[in-house]
Design a protein around this ligand. Structure first.
Ligand SMILES: *[C@@H]1O[C@H](CO)[C@@H](O)[C@H](O)[C@H]1NC(C)=O
Length: 584
């Protein structure tokens, strides 16, 4: 799940745009089509804009459409080659994260997870409905940078739920409702896209993609005549067993999407790898109370790794007797700043105030991605202990000059990730508009008890739904279950049970959630990667994990019960291997 964008809503990070600084591609230059027509993009990738019905309850209405932005990394062999292992569709999570950015940043890494000597895969991802390069966009500010920036600074003045009085709670709730109204106004001129952004709609999009990918493959192999495509369609109707099946890898919220697909269309699943599991029932109930079970352990791991790294960790002092000494210093700083907020003024940007929340917020991305971010976090905290908040402000995205001109954002700016996140989360979840202040107060309290460090920040996510007005037309609320797998392609059954991956300690999708999700899917297995961070994917590369994934992809074979893998890298030490990175 996407903590940072959620927290960001309250602390002002959300509009720090994800600029795909990596590269530029002119998406407007592609004409959307009902077939997959690829154009080279971003170096080695291939991009397409696939037309699909806006409303899957009225698929015959072809006048109302979405154009889904798709990016794929081709396989290292041709589709006709014996070693061609088909397409793996991936979703990076959020909801809201861009699959296109995911492919640009992690495409090769993903391919290396799935490819063995005997099998080579094409890796494909997409910007789900309403997001980034897919159209129409679900940007409540319609790309207006001024509205976006002004809202960002306004939010910072409100303060977090965690330390809010009842009065402040009321203000926050009114503000959430105002934002909900704003989005509902924008929706009218954006084809009512938010009514069609539920996970059920996206799962149905993926089913259409699977069919379209198969069509393209057969077309290429048969020389592409129209007659053969029609023949293919009638084939599919005649024999359900030959219907193409998905191979899917989803991380974080991407496991909700995968689980939804598996539960809605079990007979259309070939392979399903879910990494960093979210409990579907908890998610659609808008409870989100299972996520933080291990967050404290992940925070402590930062200090343990720092203590073990000694002088490689900026926070370490030779007088430290244990990791607890380091933690005590930072905890004291947080408490002090909450008591006595500190002013900061820098040239070239607005002045600001630093409290304990700013320090806690600095942990968010590093807790997800220790391998890439713990060293920098240690430096940021060390500076803050010395009273220098420059790095902290940078990390919070507050050192940038804010542009207050009413100019449209550039095409490569994805400024509405948080808006897309709400459209999906709030629409999938039950309607929270009637929950009263007492409910939210006790909810925040409950989450703070589970995780003193992160509970109040996490509560911001569900609270944002208190003002959301738009309900989805097409909705899946469970049950999150599937029938026993059948490798013989029996109709209505997956070809293999899902492979469930988890890091040992995950800040937002704890290991126990993997076991709980597994109970809905007979024959599924949990593979524990003994690393710390969000999903096995971001926590560390692991050759051991890859071996299991490759076996599963090739033969549908699942690990033995209790299987575990060691990570190949740990934070604060050199990692000689390629690593995954947060796709935002
Ligand atoms: C504060 O920290 C930044 C980044 O580490 C550094 O460039 C700057 O010189 C520091 N300022 C002072 C006054 O030490």
């Amino acid at each position: 799940m996407l903590l940072s964008s959620i927290f960001a809503a309250a602390v002002g990070l959300s509009h720090a745009s994800t600029s795909a600084a990596d590269a530029h591609f002119d998406w407007d230059g592609i004409e959307p089509s009902w077939d997959l027509e690829y154009t080279p993009c971003y170096g080695e990738l291939q991009c397409a804009r696939l037309l699909l019905p806006l409303d899957w309850l009225k698929p015959e209405d072809t006048s109302r459409t979405v154009a889904i932005a798709i990016a794929k990394l081709p396989a290292q062999v041709d589709a006709g080659d014996e070693a061609f292992g088909g397409t793996v569709i991936t979703n990076p999570g959020g909801p809201g994260d861009s699959g296109v950015i995911h492919m640009i940043r992690n495409g090769h890494y993903l391919q290396s997870m799935f490819d063995g000597e005997k099998r080579r895969h094409e890796i494909l991802s997409f910007d789900p409905r309403g997001m980034f390069h897919s159209t129409p966009i679900a940007d409540c500010y319609r790309r207006d940078q001024a509205d976006s920036s002004l809202s960002q600074w306004q939010l910072q003045g409100f303060g977090l739920l965690g330390d809010s009085s009842t009065e402040q709670f009321r203000r926050r709730r009114a503000h959430a409702a105002a934002f909900g109204q704003r989005c509902a106004l924008a929706d009218k001129e954006q084809s009512y896209i938010r009514e069609h952004m539920s996970t059920a709609s996206v799962a149905r999009d993926m089913l259409a993609m699977v069919d379209t990918i198969e069509e393209l493959k057969r077309k290429e192999m048969r020389g592409g005549s129209e007659a053969s495509r029609l023949e293919l369609r009638s084939d599919q109707v005649k024999n359900a067993a030959t219907e193409p099946r998905i191979q899917y890898y989803g991380t974080s919220y991407g496991t909700v999407l995968g689980n939804t697909f598996l539960s809605m269309f079990p007979g259309r699943v070939h392979r399903m790898v879910l990494d960093g599991l979210v409990v579907g029932e908890d998610y659609v109930n808008l409870e989100w109370s299972t996520n933080l079970a291990d967050t404290t352990k992940v925070v402590e791991y930062f200090y343990q790794a720092c203590f073990a790294a000694r002088s490689r960790c900026a926070l370490w002092r030779s007088s430290d007797e244990s990791w607890g000494s380091i933690k005590a210093r930072v905890d004291q700083l947080i408490a002090q700043l909450d008591q006595d907020p500190q002013p900061v003024a820098i040239m070239g940007g607005p002045e600001g105030v630093i409290t304990g929340v700013e320090v806690r917020t600095a942990f968010l991305d590093p807790l997800y991605d220790p391998l890439n971010r713990h060293e920098a976090l240690a430096k940021t905290l060390d500076d803050a202990l010395e009273g220098n908040y420059t790095l902290l402000l940078e990390q919070l995205g507050r050192s940038r000059k804010v542009d207050v001109c009413s100019a449209p954002a550039a095409q490569e700016e994805y400024t509405w990730l948080h808006h897309a996140n709400l459209a999906v989360n709030c629409g999938d979840g039950k309607d929270a508009s009637g929950f009263d202040i007492a409910y939210w107060q006790s909810y925040v309290q409950r989450l703070k008890e589970i995780s003193p460090h992160m509970g109040d920040l996490w509560a911001e996510g569900t609270f944002s739904c208190s003002g959301w007005q738009i309900r989805p037309k097409y909705h899946f609320g469970g049950p999150f279950t599937s029938p026993a797998a059948d490798p013989g392609l029996q109709s209505g059954r997956p070809s293999a049970a899902p492979l469930l991956l988890s890091s040992l300690y995950d800040p937002v999708t704890p290991l126990r959630s993997a076991y709980r999700v597994g109970r809905g899917h007979p024959g599924s297995r949990v593979l524990v990667q003994r690393s710390v961070g969000h999903c096995a994917f971001l926590s560390s590369p692991s050759e051991c994990t890859r071996r299991y994934i490759r076996e599963y992809m090739a033969e549908g074979k699942l690990p033995a019960e209790g299987a575990e893998c060691e990570p190949d890298c740990v934070p604060f030490e050199d990692c000689p291997y390629e690593k995954a990175v947060l796709p935002r």
